[in-house]
Design a binder for this molecule. Structure first.
Ligand code: PEP
Ligand code: MN
Length: 265
């Protein structure tokens, strides 16, 4: 169902008026790794919008490596994102980790993110197919091949939800200088093999805010349909992923540079 052969033209999704895929235009999504409070995410939403971002990201259910690390604000975090959408009009993207929250996400969230760690949680993917038609931002697992990733999209699509957006967030290699290794070759390959949009996450791919701009511009030049970037007003004190968060000013500067390469809506 994802295959280009079955569907030669690019699929374009319309998310509350924001079109993604199949165009020369890039959609930029920005926001914190974790929602930390309503006040924080409402302010960041305004900053993201002011910078030229078109959607707001923010994790309320966080897949942390350590069980002792901040696990997210959960439902309160989702409601804080809703408040940020009300204040700015930006559609909201948030990560879902278990099927028992699908109804909550169906009600409140515009794009459901499936994280790298759940890319092959096949029962969850099946439920996403059956129980929602919201667009699914499907991140690539850190040790998965492109064909495995496409098969995960098939799990969602074959169960009834055709709305899948791929998201490359870096894979694990021998290299330790960066958090992950950004695989930009996936952009033309996903476009050749499928008709679905692909978004690049330079924040998790590099793990280092000082590398986010060059990774983003490279992704734009390579034909990505969008970028999803972590933004924070006080990265040093972020609850998660502070090292890779851009301050709004740098996020805005990045978008301005991206405009020199491609059209950013
Ligand atoms: C995130 O987007 O904050 C996240 C946890 O991403 P990933 O699943 O790519 O690690
Ligand atoms: Mn993060």
């Amino acid at each position: 169902l994802a295959s280009r052969q079955m569907h030669p033209t690019d699929t374009i999704f319309d998310i509350n008026g924001i079109k993604i895929g199949g165009q020369e235009k890039i959609v930029v999504i920005g926001g914190p790794c974790s929602v930390e409070s309503e006040e924080m995410v409402v302010q960041l939403a305004k900053d993201v919008k002011d910078a030229g971002g078109k959607m707001l990201r923010g994790g309320a259910y966080k897949p942390r490596t350590s069980p002792y690390a901040f696990q997210g604000m959960q439902t309160d975090g989702i409601l804080a994102m809703v408040k940020a959408r009300e204040e700015t009009g930006l559609p909201i993207v948030s990560e879902l980790m278990s099927a028992d929250k699908i109804d909550e996400f169906e009600r409140y969230v515009d794009v459901i993110q499936i994280g790298a760690r759940n890319m092959q949680n096949f029962e969850l993917l099946k439920e996403l197919g059956k129980r929602t038609t919201k667009p699914i931002l499907l991140k690539r697992g850190f040790a998965n091949t492109i064909d495995e990733w496409i098969m995960s999209a098939e799990y969602i699509m074959a169960n009834g939800n055709p709305n899948v957006i791929f998201c490359e967030r870096g894979i694990r290699t021998f290299e330790t200088e960066t958090r992950n290794t950004l695989d930009l070759s996936v952009i033309p390959i996903i476009k050749r093999k499928t008709h679905l949009p692909i978004v690049i996450d330079p924040s998790h791919a590099t793990g280092d805010w000082s590398l986010v701009e060059s990774a983003s511009l490279a992704a734009v030049a390579a034909g990505a349909d969008g970028l999803i970037i972590e933004v924070h007003n006080d990265p040093e004190n972020a609850f998660s992923d502070g090292d890779q968060c851009l301050k709004p000013k740098r996020f805005k500067a990045l978008i301005e540079k991206a405009r020199e390469i491609a059209q950013v809506i």
